[in-house]
Design a protein around this ligand. Sequence first.
Ligand code: SF4
Length: 62
Amino acid sequence: MRYIVNKSCIGCGACAYVCPVIFKMTEKGQAEAEPMDVPIEALKAADYAMENCPACAIVPAD
Ligand code: SF4
């Protein structure tokens, strides 16, 4: 399971707070997802981040 962050991101930082293993904030103030399979221990947090992104900017990459 991988995710990507699209250009709808408004840079609220919620995903990076909820699941820092996968989501990082960039210097441009937007989030990006690590290009790796989500570790099992982070699956719930990553899914929660996707479901609660206020801009619906997180989408599965698979
Ligand atoms: S939760 Fe959504 S809008 Fe907020 S930083 Fe993450 S991807 Fe961007």
